[in-house]
Design a protein around this ligand. Structure first.
Ligand code: SF4
Length: 364
Protein backbone atom coordinates (compact mmCIF):
# COMPACT_ATOMS: atom_id res chain seq x y z
CA UNK A 1 0.00 0.00 0.00
CA UNK A 2 0.98 3.63 -0.43
CA UNK A 3 0.67 5.42 2.89
CA UNK A 4 0.69 9.18 3.27
CA UNK A 5 1.23 10.55 6.78
CA UNK A 6 0.02 14.13 7.12
CA UNK A 7 0.63 16.59 9.89
CA UNK A 8 -1.47 19.73 9.38
CA UNK A 9 0.70 22.80 9.51
CA UNK A 10 0.43 24.39 12.98
CA UNK A 11 2.95 25.62 15.55
CA UNK A 12 4.39 22.87 17.74
CA UNK A 13 7.70 21.94 19.34
CA UNK A 14 8.21 18.25 18.63
CA UNK A 15 7.62 16.28 15.45
CA UNK A 16 4.56 13.99 15.60
CA UNK A 17 5.61 10.89 17.52
CA UNK A 18 2.42 9.00 16.57
CA UNK A 19 3.15 9.44 12.85
CA UNK A 20 6.80 8.48 13.41
CA UNK A 21 5.61 5.21 14.94
CA UNK A 22 3.12 4.69 12.12
CA UNK A 23 5.92 5.23 9.66
CA UNK A 24 7.90 2.38 11.27
CA UNK A 25 4.80 0.18 11.36
CA UNK A 26 3.93 0.59 7.70
CA UNK A 27 7.53 0.39 6.51
CA UNK A 28 7.91 -2.88 8.41
CA UNK A 29 4.84 -4.15 6.53
CA UNK A 30 6.59 -3.35 3.25
CA UNK A 31 4.39 -0.34 2.45
CA UNK A 32 5.60 2.85 0.77
CA UNK A 33 5.45 5.68 3.29
CA UNK A 34 5.66 9.43 2.80
CA UNK A 35 5.24 12.19 5.38
CA UNK A 36 4.15 15.75 4.67
CA UNK A 37 3.53 18.75 6.90
CA UNK A 38 0.88 20.79 5.11
CA UNK A 39 -2.77 21.81 4.96
CA UNK A 40 -3.23 22.35 1.26
CA UNK A 41 -2.43 19.81 -1.46
CA UNK A 42 -1.31 22.55 -3.86
CA UNK A 43 2.26 21.88 -4.93
CA UNK A 44 2.25 18.54 -3.13
CA UNK A 45 4.80 16.38 -4.82
CA UNK A 46 4.37 12.68 -4.18
CA UNK A 47 6.00 9.71 -5.84
CA UNK A 48 2.80 7.77 -5.46
CA UNK A 49 -0.97 7.96 -5.26
CA UNK A 50 -1.88 7.28 -1.62
CA UNK A 51 -4.15 4.34 -0.76
CA UNK A 52 -4.37 5.49 2.85
CA UNK A 53 -3.90 8.95 4.35
CA UNK A 54 -3.39 9.31 8.12
CA UNK A 55 -3.88 12.83 9.46
CA UNK A 56 -2.74 13.66 12.95
CA UNK A 57 -3.82 16.43 15.34
CA UNK A 58 -2.45 18.10 18.46
CA UNK A 59 -4.13 21.07 20.13
CA UNK A 60 -7.91 21.36 19.94
CA UNK A 61 -7.61 25.02 18.93
CA UNK A 62 -6.01 23.84 15.67
CA UNK A 63 -8.72 21.33 14.81
CA UNK A 64 -10.11 23.66 12.15
CA UNK A 65 -6.78 23.20 10.32
CA UNK A 66 -7.08 19.43 10.72
CA UNK A 67 -10.58 19.44 9.20
CA UNK A 68 -9.45 21.73 6.39
CA UNK A 69 -6.56 19.37 5.66
CA UNK A 70 -9.00 16.45 5.56
CA UNK A 71 -11.25 18.18 3.02
CA UNK A 72 -8.32 19.20 0.81
CA UNK A 73 -6.97 15.67 0.70
CA UNK A 74 -10.42 14.15 0.23
CA UNK A 75 -10.91 16.36 -2.81
CA UNK A 76 -7.55 15.46 -4.34
CA UNK A 77 -7.63 11.75 -3.46
CA UNK A 78 -11.35 10.82 -3.28
CA UNK A 79 -10.65 7.08 -3.30
CA UNK A 80 -8.07 7.10 -0.51
CA UNK A 81 -8.96 5.71 2.91
CA UNK A 82 -8.50 8.77 5.13
CA UNK A 83 -8.05 8.46 8.89
CA UNK A 84 -7.77 11.12 11.58
CA UNK A 85 -6.24 10.63 15.03
CA UNK A 86 -3.98 12.31 17.56
CA UNK A 87 -4.46 14.24 20.77
CA UNK A 88 -6.81 16.98 19.55
CA UNK A 89 -9.09 14.57 17.69
CA UNK A 90 -9.14 12.23 20.71
CA UNK A 91 -10.22 15.10 22.95
CA UNK A 92 -13.05 16.16 20.61
CA UNK A 93 -14.09 13.19 18.43
CA UNK A 94 -17.65 14.46 17.99
CA UNK A 95 -16.38 17.72 16.58
CA UNK A 96 -14.26 15.88 14.02
CA UNK A 97 -17.18 13.68 13.05
CA UNK A 98 -19.44 16.67 12.62
CA UNK A 99 -16.91 18.58 10.47
CA UNK A 100 -15.61 15.68 8.34
CA UNK A 101 -18.18 12.92 8.57
CA UNK A 102 -15.60 10.39 9.74
CA UNK A 103 -15.04 8.85 13.16
CA UNK A 104 -11.52 9.71 14.36
CA UNK A 105 -9.40 7.22 16.20
CA UNK A 106 -9.50 8.04 19.93
CA UNK A 107 -6.48 7.41 22.12
CA UNK A 108 -3.48 5.17 21.54
CA UNK A 109 -3.30 2.45 18.87
CA UNK A 110 -1.57 -0.37 20.81
CA UNK A 111 -0.03 -2.08 17.75
CA UNK A 112 1.40 1.26 16.61
CA UNK A 113 2.49 2.44 20.05
CA UNK A 114 4.80 -0.53 20.57
CA UNK A 115 6.80 0.42 17.44
CA UNK A 116 9.98 2.50 17.76
CA UNK A 117 9.71 5.94 16.12
CA UNK A 118 11.01 6.22 12.57
CA UNK A 119 13.72 8.86 12.94
CA UNK A 120 14.15 8.62 9.17
CA UNK A 121 10.63 9.88 8.52
CA UNK A 122 11.70 13.41 7.53
CA UNK A 123 14.64 15.81 7.50
CA UNK A 124 13.41 17.20 10.79
CA UNK A 125 13.32 13.80 12.51
CA UNK A 126 16.73 12.91 11.09
CA UNK A 127 18.19 16.14 12.50
CA UNK A 128 16.37 15.82 15.83
CA UNK A 129 18.92 15.81 18.67
CA UNK A 130 16.87 13.65 20.99
CA UNK A 131 15.24 10.25 21.10
CA UNK A 132 11.53 10.60 21.92
CA UNK A 133 10.51 7.95 24.43
CA UNK A 134 7.49 6.81 26.44
CA UNK A 135 8.24 4.11 29.03
CA UNK A 136 4.71 4.20 30.51
CA UNK A 137 1.31 5.47 29.43
CA UNK A 138 -1.41 7.10 31.48
CA UNK A 139 -1.52 8.73 34.89
CA UNK A 140 -3.54 7.62 37.91
CA UNK A 141 -4.33 11.17 39.05
CA UNK A 142 -6.93 12.14 36.39
CA UNK A 143 -6.68 15.89 37.04
CA UNK A 144 -9.68 17.68 35.53
CA UNK A 145 -7.50 20.14 33.61
CA UNK A 146 -5.40 17.41 31.94
CA UNK A 147 -6.13 15.60 28.68
CA UNK A 148 -4.19 12.45 29.63
CA UNK A 149 -7.25 10.73 31.14
CA UNK A 150 -8.97 10.99 27.73
CA UNK A 151 -6.05 9.78 25.61
CA UNK A 152 -4.44 7.28 27.96
CA UNK A 153 -7.14 6.20 30.44
CA UNK A 154 -5.20 3.14 31.66
CA UNK A 155 -1.83 3.28 33.34
CA UNK A 156 0.69 0.68 32.11
CA UNK A 157 4.39 0.09 31.61
CA UNK A 158 5.61 -0.40 28.04
CA UNK A 159 7.67 -3.48 27.25
CA UNK A 160 10.61 -2.83 24.98
CA UNK A 161 10.46 0.95 25.40
CA UNK A 162 14.27 1.03 25.09
CA UNK A 163 13.92 0.39 21.33
CA UNK A 164 12.82 4.01 20.94
CA UNK A 165 16.32 5.17 21.87
CA UNK A 166 18.34 5.97 18.78
CA UNK A 167 22.04 5.43 19.63
CA UNK A 168 23.22 8.22 17.31
CA UNK A 169 21.11 10.88 19.03
CA UNK A 170 22.92 12.67 21.87
CA UNK A 171 19.87 13.27 24.10
CA UNK A 172 16.81 11.44 25.37
CA UNK A 173 13.45 12.94 26.23
CA UNK A 174 11.13 10.81 28.33
CA UNK A 175 7.53 11.88 27.77
CA UNK A 176 5.87 9.69 30.43
CA UNK A 177 3.03 11.54 32.11
CA UNK A 178 3.86 10.04 35.46
CA UNK A 179 6.96 7.86 35.51
CA UNK A 180 6.97 7.54 39.30
CA UNK A 181 3.60 5.75 39.31
CA UNK A 182 5.37 2.76 37.76
CA UNK A 183 6.69 -0.23 39.73
CA UNK A 184 9.99 0.20 41.53
CA UNK A 185 11.63 -2.29 39.16
CA UNK A 186 10.46 -0.30 36.13
CA UNK A 187 11.67 3.02 37.55
CA UNK A 188 15.03 1.50 38.52
CA UNK A 189 15.40 0.04 35.04
CA UNK A 190 14.60 3.40 33.38
CA UNK A 191 17.20 5.16 35.52
CA UNK A 192 19.76 2.42 34.80
CA UNK A 193 19.24 2.66 31.04
CA UNK A 194 19.49 6.46 31.17
CA UNK A 195 22.63 6.31 33.30
CA UNK A 196 24.33 3.74 31.08
CA UNK A 197 23.45 5.70 27.95
CA UNK A 198 25.57 8.55 29.31
CA UNK A 199 23.32 10.93 27.34
CA UNK A 200 21.72 14.12 28.57
CA UNK A 201 18.04 13.49 29.30
CA UNK A 202 14.84 15.21 30.29
CA UNK A 203 11.86 13.74 32.14
CA UNK A 204 9.66 16.20 30.32
CA UNK A 205 6.44 16.01 32.34
CA UNK A 206 8.40 16.10 35.57
CA UNK A 207 8.36 14.02 38.72
CA UNK A 208 5.14 13.61 40.68
CA UNK A 209 5.72 15.61 43.87
CA UNK A 210 3.68 13.11 45.90
CA UNK A 211 5.76 10.13 44.74
CA UNK A 212 9.26 11.60 44.58
CA UNK A 213 11.44 10.07 47.28
CA UNK A 214 14.82 10.66 48.83
CA UNK A 215 16.21 7.71 46.87
CA UNK A 216 15.11 9.31 43.57
CA UNK A 217 16.94 12.54 44.46
CA UNK A 218 20.06 10.58 45.35
CA UNK A 219 19.84 8.60 42.12
CA UNK A 220 19.49 11.58 39.78
CA UNK A 221 21.90 13.87 41.66
CA UNK A 222 24.84 12.89 39.48
CA UNK A 223 22.97 11.96 36.35
CA UNK A 224 22.82 14.07 33.20
CA UNK A 225 19.21 15.16 33.76
CA UNK A 226 18.45 18.70 32.66
CA UNK A 227 16.38 20.24 34.07
CA UNK A 228 14.82 18.41 37.03
CA UNK A 229 11.09 19.12 36.75
CA UNK A 230 8.19 19.20 39.19
CA UNK A 231 4.77 20.88 39.15
CA UNK A 232 3.04 23.23 41.56
CA UNK A 233 -0.33 23.45 39.83
CA UNK A 234 -2.50 23.27 42.93
CA UNK A 235 -2.12 24.62 46.44
CA UNK A 236 -2.33 21.13 47.92
CA UNK A 237 1.02 20.29 46.26
CA UNK A 238 2.95 22.85 48.31
CA UNK A 239 4.04 20.64 51.19
CA UNK A 240 5.07 17.85 48.83
CA UNK A 241 7.03 20.25 46.61
CA UNK A 242 8.93 21.63 49.62
CA UNK A 243 9.80 18.07 50.59
CA UNK A 244 11.04 17.25 47.05
CA UNK A 245 13.27 20.33 47.01
CA UNK A 246 14.66 19.37 50.44
CA UNK A 247 15.44 15.86 49.17
CA UNK A 248 17.22 17.38 46.19
CA UNK A 249 19.24 19.76 48.35
CA UNK A 250 20.19 16.94 50.73
CA UNK A 251 21.38 14.94 47.74
CA UNK A 252 23.66 17.82 46.71
CA UNK A 253 21.50 19.07 43.84
CA UNK A 254 21.71 22.80 43.17
CA UNK A 255 18.15 24.13 43.16
CA UNK A 256 18.94 26.12 40.02
CA UNK A 257 18.68 22.80 38.20
CA UNK A 258 15.02 22.56 39.20
CA UNK A 259 12.21 23.84 36.99
CA UNK A 260 8.63 23.85 38.30
CA UNK A 261 5.52 23.99 36.12
CA UNK A 262 2.92 26.43 37.47
CA UNK A 263 -0.54 26.18 35.92
CA UNK A 264 -2.57 29.38 36.01
CA UNK A 265 -5.82 30.89 34.71
CA UNK A 266 -7.59 27.64 35.67
CA UNK A 267 -9.73 28.24 38.74
CA UNK A 268 -7.15 30.28 40.62
CA UNK A 269 -6.85 33.95 41.50
CA UNK A 270 -3.91 36.06 40.34
CA UNK A 271 -2.78 36.24 43.98
CA UNK A 272 -2.79 32.49 44.34
CA UNK A 273 -0.89 31.97 41.08
CA UNK A 274 1.66 34.62 42.16
CA UNK A 275 1.98 32.87 45.51
CA UNK A 276 2.84 29.56 43.82
CA UNK A 277 5.28 31.11 41.34
CA UNK A 278 6.94 33.21 44.08
CA UNK A 279 7.25 30.16 46.30
CA UNK A 280 9.15 28.38 43.50
CA UNK A 281 11.52 31.35 43.20
CA UNK A 282 11.91 31.52 46.98
CA UNK A 283 13.00 27.87 46.93
CA UNK A 284 15.78 28.80 44.49
CA UNK A 285 14.10 27.07 41.55
CA UNK A 286 12.73 28.44 38.27
CA UNK A 287 8.99 28.56 37.56
CA UNK A 288 7.60 27.73 34.14
CA UNK A 289 4.11 29.14 34.06
CA UNK A 290 1.52 27.41 31.88
CA UNK A 291 -1.62 29.15 30.72
CA UNK A 292 -4.69 26.91 31.03
CA UNK A 293 -7.10 26.35 28.17
CA UNK A 294 -10.21 24.16 28.43
CA UNK A 295 -9.85 20.71 26.91
CA UNK A 296 -12.46 21.53 24.26
CA UNK A 297 -11.11 24.97 23.39
CA UNK A 298 -11.52 25.60 19.66
CA UNK A 299 -10.91 29.33 19.37
CA UNK A 300 -7.70 31.08 18.45
CA UNK A 301 -8.38 33.71 21.07
CA UNK A 302 -7.05 33.55 24.61
CA UNK A 303 -9.11 31.64 27.13
CA UNK A 304 -9.70 33.83 30.18
CA UNK A 305 -10.92 32.61 33.56
CA UNK A 306 -13.04 35.64 34.32
CA UNK A 307 -13.36 37.73 36.37
CA UNK A 308 -10.12 36.70 38.08
CA UNK A 309 -7.95 37.00 34.98
CA UNK A 310 -7.86 39.38 32.04
CA UNK A 311 -5.88 39.09 28.82
CA UNK A 312 -3.48 41.71 30.09
CA UNK A 313 -2.96 39.95 33.40
CA UNK A 314 -2.26 36.69 31.57
CA UNK A 315 0.38 38.33 29.38
CA UNK A 316 1.94 40.11 32.38
CA UNK A 317 2.08 36.95 34.45
CA UNK A 318 3.58 34.90 31.62
CA UNK A 319 6.23 37.46 30.75
CA UNK A 320 7.28 38.08 34.30
CA UNK A 321 7.51 34.57 35.66
CA UNK A 322 8.92 32.89 32.54
CA UNK A 323 11.80 35.34 32.34
CA UNK A 324 14.31 34.92 35.18
CA UNK A 325 16.08 38.07 34.04
CA UNK A 326 12.94 40.03 34.97
CA UNK A 327 11.96 38.37 38.27
CA UNK A 328 15.60 38.45 39.33
CA UNK A 329 15.59 42.22 38.86
CA UNK A 330 12.26 43.61 40.03
CA UNK A 331 9.18 42.61 41.99
CA UNK A 332 5.95 41.71 40.20
CA UNK A 333 4.27 44.93 41.34
CA UNK A 334 7.22 46.99 40.07
CA UNK A 335 7.12 45.11 36.80
CA UNK A 336 3.44 45.89 36.30
CA UNK A 337 4.05 49.59 37.04
CA UNK A 338 7.12 49.79 34.81
CA UNK A 339 5.38 48.02 32.01
CA UNK A 340 2.41 50.31 32.01
CA UNK A 341 4.67 53.35 31.93
CA UNK A 342 7.23 52.14 29.44
CA UNK A 343 6.52 53.52 26.01
CA UNK A 344 8.56 50.78 24.32
CA UNK A 345 6.37 48.18 25.95
CA UNK A 346 3.29 49.99 24.80
CA UNK A 347 4.49 49.95 21.20
CA UNK A 348 5.36 46.30 21.47
CA UNK A 349 1.91 45.64 22.92
CA UNK A 350 0.32 47.30 19.94
CA UNK A 351 2.48 45.36 17.51
CA UNK A 352 1.64 42.14 19.27
CA UNK A 353 -2.04 42.88 18.96
CA UNK A 354 -1.65 43.00 15.23
CA UNK A 355 0.28 39.76 14.99
CA UNK A 356 -1.74 36.64 14.32
CA UNK A 357 0.70 34.60 16.37
CA UNK A 358 0.17 36.45 19.60
CA UNK A 359 -1.03 33.14 20.97
CA UNK A 360 2.57 31.96 20.85
CA UNK A 361 3.53 34.54 23.43
CA UNK A 362 0.77 33.35 25.71
CA UNK A 363 1.92 29.76 25.38
CA UNK A 364 5.55 30.35 26.26
S1 SF4 B 1 -0.65 14.49 37.47
FE1 SF4 B 1 -0.03 15.50 35.57
S2 SF4 B 1 -0.22 13.94 33.98
FE2 SF4 B 1 -1.33 13.22 35.77
S3 SF4 B 1 -3.43 13.80 35.37
FE3 SF4 B 1 -2.51 15.41 36.64
S4 SF4 B 1 -1.69 16.92 35.17
FE4 SF4 B 1 -2.14 15.04 34.02
Amino acid sequence: MNILLVEPYYPRKYPPLGLMKMSSFYKQNGDNVEYRQCISTIGLNLDFKPDRICITSLFTWHLDKVCETYHNFKKKYPKADIKIGGVGASAMPEHIKQKTGIEPYVGILPEIDKMPPDYDMSDETRKLKESMVFTTRGCPHKCQYCVVRMIEPEYYEINGWEDAIEPSKPQITIFDNNLLSASKSHIDHVFDVLEKSNKRFDINSGFDVFLFKKEHAEKIANMKIKPIRFAFDKMNQEKALLRCVEYCKDAGINTERIRVYVLFNYTDTVEEACYRANKVIELGCKPFVMNYKPLDWLGNETYIYEPEWTKEKIIDFTYYYNMPVIWNTISYDEFIRERRENIFEKVRHQLNNKLPKEQKILEM
